[in-house]
Design a binder for this molecule. Sequence first.
Ligand code: URA
Length: 241
Amino acid sequence: MGEIVRLQKYIAMCGVASRRAAENLISEGRVKVNGKTVNEQGIKVEIGADTVALNGKEIKPNRKNYYIMLNKPIGYVSTVHDQFERPTVVDLLKNEIKTRIFPVGRLDYDTEGLLLLTNDGDFTYKVTHPKFKVDKTYIAVLKGGISIKGLAELRKGVTLDDGFVTSPAQLEMLDADNGHTTIKITIHEGQNRQVRRMFESVGARVVELQRISVGNVELGTLPLGRWRYLTAHEINYLKNL
Ligand code: URA
């Protein structure tokens, strides 16, 4: 007999949605078990025995979950496909990893550094959903300087151009010379281009941005453009945040 799991867990194990998003798919009537539409939560299915279909197409759990760290270079998009045909982060792994894996959150085209990739939808939810408040640390190089007042405002929380109010950030000044200022900044939210827009809101301009850690998982000395598997310790830590 195969393992018996709740339907939403089964869907997440297929890598197509997080457990939470799977509940929505079920209530929207998009999931069938053994040919019958299911709209109630909590039913159980047996892996290998029951047939589960999403939008009419059978889905099967991944036999193996992948948890990967990539040192993303500038010039790659953090999606699986790009409408403008730009290179994607998945292109950097596709010769070695044949399973479909997805970036966990995003780094901008012009940001480099630590990007996680996985085929585990629950893991992605855990690391990216703001309610889990996972710290992400960046090294930002600014053109010119930043005022003491600007630093204080970022530490308190600022209002971005779209009205979003950021939580207090942790900032540490690392270096200032040759017309540039280097700052380490830690935030736990993931608004679009958030770090750049936070600095913009206090009149500073980011010219280089690198992510160096997610929670206490660090990029370390992984070379640019290279990837490695997360250790069991890192996976457990991120899953249990
Ligand atoms: N903040 C940004 O501005 N860009 C990123 O890529 C990540 C965080």
